[in-house]
Ligand binder design. Structure first.
Ligand SMILES: Cc1cc2nc3c(=O)[nH]c(=O)nc-3n(C[C@H](O)[C@H](O)[C@H](O)COP(=O)(O)O)c2cc1C
Length: 389
């Protein structure tokens, strides 16, 4: 089984810890970041969407012009762009990048945030619109003759696009944890995106999505994408010290830079708590306890209202790699790992975490047996050498 790794792009040094005020693109930093992912073993990078943030299509096309294989995952909210226009924009990006475009659908977890750009649909309506939207995208990518479309949310006549995706289609991802999300993603998704939950809860979600796929007559199921915030260090003790330091900053909340203020874009600090089911689930899981399975740590979710990807995996690279392999065993072959110290963590994941996971998978492939996840040489030695040099 091959596992692919996903990060999330940064256009400047801002993150949830450093209170970086500027929202401007720092081009040298952006190029350095994209190249670090491209050369550091990452396969994809999410280009997230928030009502006040940069345009993901523009950022994605720039990523492909500064990298060789990194695939940008464009986060798309259907209320922001007409489906035929999105189909052509994605196919254009795909041609420009030699077939690297991916799209991740955002139904939108919060009415207030959706209304910021004029979307007054209920979440149910947003998922129903998303369903029709995805069907239109696939038809625009494959139809060679002009066609009419008359649907519940969209209608147009005599339309044909001459812009074809490089491989005939473009992978479509759906994210969320509500019944509507499972239904839409189970029926239509090539990929289904989940936030990091304990193994049993993740298995439950994977089973829900698979049952929706079967109900829709599919013989396959979407690939599973699981998202974590790894906190790694040379020893368990150092990793937990680092985790608690990060938690104090997250609790304070004033250090989240404007572009990474997920609470604003996803939950809007309401007293009633998050509207989206994914965040509600994470808070419920956090209320069950702080540490789950091998290394899943949830206080980082409680501290941020579980706004977006907010559960951590804490430990040495070996511990976190073993924890990731537990999710691979469930069938998750797309692993999103995004740190709190974004750039430096991406570098460390490329050096110490991704190779460990791939090394063990190669060992299992070659021997049919499970090995022990051990860094060669151990991170401790590497850092001691680095400190000495
Ligand atoms: C992996 C992943 C990435 C996501 N990225 C974004 C994003 O960039 N912007 C956003 O507004 N919502 C994002 N979401 C939120 C959802 O796509 C979703 O629309 C929302 O949370 C509603 O979910 P629900 O069906 O669980 O209530 C993401 C969700 C997942 C699982």
């Amino acid at each position: 089984m091959t596992v692919e790794f996903i990060s999330a792009i940064n256009v400047n040094p801002g993150n949830e810890l450093n209170g970086f005020a500027s929202t401007a693109i720092d081009h040298p930093y952006f190029v350095k970041y994209a190249r670090a992912l491209d050369e550091g073993g990452f396969d994809y990078t999410l280009v997230p969407y928030g009502s006040g943030g940069h345009d993901p299509f523009t950022i994605a096309s720039a990523i492909t012009q500064h990298t060789t294989h990194l695939k940008p995952i464009v986060a798309l909210r259907p209320n922001t762009i007409y489906p035929t226009v999105a189909a052509k924009a994605l196919a254009t990006l795909d041609q420009l990048s030699g077939g690297r475009a991916v799209v991740h659908f955002i139904a939108g977890g919060n009415d207030h945030e959706q209304a910021r750009e004029g979307d007054r649909f209920t979440k149910d309506e947003r998922y129903a619109r998303q369903h029709e939207y995805i069907e239109i995208l696939r038809r625009v990518w494959t139809e060679t003759e002009a066609f009419d479309h008359k649907g519940e949310f969209y209608s147009f006549e005599d339309f044909v696009s001459y812009i074809r995706p490089v491989n005939g289609t473009i992978p479509i991802s759906v994210g969320g944890s509500s019944d509507e999300a499972y239904r839409t993603g189970g029926q239509l998704g090539d990929i289904f995106g989940l936030w990091g939950e304990p193994l049993a809860d993740t298995q439950h979600q994977i089973d829900r999505i698979a049952s929706e796929a079967r109900k829709a007559g599919r013989t396959d199921t979407p690939r599973t994408w699981v998202t974590f915030r790894p906190i790694i260090a040379p020893t368990e003790e150092l990793a937990w010290e680092k985790a608690h330091r990060i938690l104090e900053v997250l609790k304070d909340g004033s250090k989240a830079s404007t572009l990474w203020n997920a609470k604003k874009f996803l939950n809007t600090n309401t007293t009633t708590g998050p509207a989206n089911v994914g965040s509600q689930r994470l808070l419920e899981i956090a209320s069950r306890g702080d540490l789950h399975d091998r290394a899943l740590w949830t206080p980082t979710a409680s501290a941020t209202g579980a706004a977006g990807a907010s559960t951590a995996l804490v430990g040495t690279p070996e511990t976190v790699a073993a924890a990731i392999l537990d999710y691979v065993d469930l069938g998750a072959d797309l692993i999103s790992i995004r740190g709190y110290d974004n750039y430096n963590d991406a570098i460390d994941y490329g050096r110490f975490l991704i190779p460990l996971v791939r090394q063990e998978l190669a060992h299992r492939e070659a021997t049919g047996q499970r090995g022990e996840v051990v860094a060669q040489p151990p991170l401790e030695d590497v850092l001691r050498e680095r400190a000495a040099s």
